[in-house]
Design a binder for this molecule. Sequence first.
Ligand code: HEC
Length: 144
Amino acid sequence: MMKKIGTMLGAFLLLAPIGAAHAADAAAGKQVFHSQCAMCHSDQAGVNKIGPSLFGVVGRHTGSEPGYDYSVANKNANIVWTPAELNLYINHPQKIVPGTKMPYGGLHNATKRANLIAFLATLKKSNSVASAAPGPKAGRPSNG
Ligand code: HEC
């Protein structure tokens, strides 16, 4: 058993450098989202909690989620949430948006941030079955 695990690990280490260029792992990022962000943010479109929905956040302008009551600081931050900006923000929210009301100290693990941002990038209409079926939203949200 241990030997088998060792062999698998060896194979992984050999293969890892090949995959390094696209190492960010959205599935791992989803777990980061659920442990670090989901208590305040939904990944569902139009669902605002303590913080605004993060559906579609990649490429979104600060303070533009409809129906969410932003702080003046966040509203006027004038940032487009590119992966690079999100990386800085998630590391040190108060540094990038001074005065934000997001009560989160930052996620300082770069790998976890990269995975998380890879997951956030999947939260968009063109990437899901929603684009194939316009308006299927009636009924219950599949929120977990
Ligand atoms: C304890 C609650 C809380 C946690 C945890 C939290 N946030 Fe927030 N977040 C907020 C609030 C509240 C705001 C609105 C800030 C404002 O208006 O000043 C916000 C705003 C944001 C924004 C700006 C959105 C926009 O439309 O401009 C992003 C991006 C964001 N959060 C990402 C994250 C990510 C990613 C995580 C997990 C690593 C996270 N947040 C964890 C509460 C939280």
